[in-house]
Design a binder for this molecule. Structure first.
Ligand SMILES: *Cc1c(COP(=O)(O)O)cnc(C)c1O
Length: 381
């Protein structure tokens, strides 16, 4: 059946779906080879020459993502950071870019540090406010607008269609970090974005055992050619074992993300009524500023990430995180096990994140167990 006729959940379940031609195996083999045979006339009929350029295991995981994002091509990277920074490195020094004020912390630090020294001119804008993005872009000068939605760790929502129109009118492209939404809940390319990025370390792999990243482009163009060249030259590629594990994880992407979203919504609603909680940040709650937009732009749920502002400030938040038993105190997100983290202490004094905030990554455990653990941990503070 041609991939166009299959629904995304079916594409994911069969991970691009090819039967291995030699044995008939229903899952693909791992090709650890770094180098591939050249013909007598110096050509490569099969398309593979050297593993830093392309590897067949990597290619089949990438194809699954291309189909899920309905893009033209996907490139896999050794981490989400490698994927994201490659887009910025593909711009010439001196290029103007507009990025979010609140975003994944390590990328924000890289932009403020390395990318600035390297010569990018960077403006940080409120990506949840289209007027602020409009004011920040410089027609003819801005080359890239970067958005993350929902954005770590306040889960503010960007209007992808509106920001894409603003970027395009200014002569820029829009890249969206869709790590939190995943292709299950949102398709940024269909809304007008030019490139979609994932930390595949998170939901796409889903088992906290692979570090990986991806970029998917809406079309083949000059910027994408440069992205591909920077990736290969920097060697920011994903190894075949990791690619294979990622593809295995992708098979269960839909049930995991839908389950995690349902549990996150349930926990957000209960936490919002908890006596120890000041506020719950979650796009699925009707009172949340980005809720109506998220309802329009996401389907099937609002994601597995939420944050809680605990009554009693920084100390109460750290104390609550110390009391959990089932939730694990750890960084990262998107795995099957639930994680809790006090972001302000991780990010340090320059962090814009309030001290009373705990970030929750909801896993696939029984939601009643997750609730009871949070209730006892926050209740005692
Ligand atoms: C984790 C993460 C990244 C960075 O990905 P790594 O795989 O850790 O390099 C980027 N963006 C978001 C939203 C993330 O959660």
């Amino acid at each position: 059946m041609p991939s166009d006729d299959r629904r995304p959940a079916s594409i994911a379940a069969q991970a691009a779906g090819d039967i291995e031609p030699v044995s008939g195996a229903i899952i693909p083999p791992i090709f650890p080879a770094t180098t591939f045979e050249r013909n007598g006339d110096l050509t490569y009929t099969r398309g593979y020459s050297y593993s830093r350029v392309a590897n067949p295991t990597d290619a089949s995981a990438a194809e699954t993502l291309t189909q899920l994002e309905r893009g033209a091509e996907t490139l896999l990277f050794g981490s989400g950071m490698a994927a994201a920074t490659t887009v910025f490195l593909a711009l010439a020094p001196g290029a103007h870019v507009v990025v979010p004020q609140v975003m994944y912390w390590a990328l924000r630090s890289w932009l403020a540090g390395f990318a600035t020294q390297w010569g990018l001119r960077i403006d940080f804008a409120d990506m949840s406010d289209a007027a602020a993005v409009q004011a920040a872009v410089r027609p003819g000068e801005t080359r890239l607008v970067w958005a993350e939605t929902p954005a770590n760790p306040l889960w503010s929502v960007t209007d992808i269609a509106a920001v894409a129109a603003i970027a395009h009118q200014a002569g820029a492209v829009l890249a969206v970090d869709s790590t939190i939404a995943t292709p299950v809940l949102s398709q940024p390319l269909a809304l007008g974005a030019d490139i979609v990025m994932h930390s595949a370390t998170k939901y796409l792999n889903g088992h906290s055992d692979v570090l990986a990243g991806s970029l998917t482009t809406a079309r083949q163009d000059a910027l994408w050619d440069t992205v591909r060249a920077v990736r290969v030259q920097n060697g920011a590629v994903l190894g075949p074992f990791e690619s294979w594990l990622l593809q295995r994880g992708l098979r269960t992407l839909f049930p995991r993300v839908l389950w995690q979203s349902a549990s996150a919504l349930e926990l957000a609603q209960r936490l919002a009524a908890h006596r120890g909680v000041e506020a719950v940040l979650y796009p699925g709650l009707p009172g949340f500023p980005g809720h109506d937009l998220a309802k329009r732009q996401m389907q099937g749920g609002f994601g597995g990430m939420l944050s809680v502002r605990v009554k009693g400030g920084t100390e109460a938040a750290i104390a609550a995180a110390a009391k959990v038993r089932l939730w694990k105190r750890a960084t990262s997100l998107g795995g099957v096990e639930s994680l809790i983290e006090h972001r302000a202490s991780v990010e340090g004094p320059a962090s814009p994140i309030p001290g009373d905030l705990l970030r929750l990554s909801v896993g696939i455990e029984a939601v009643e167990d997750l609730w009871q653990d949070l209730d006892q941990a926050i209740g005692q503070t």
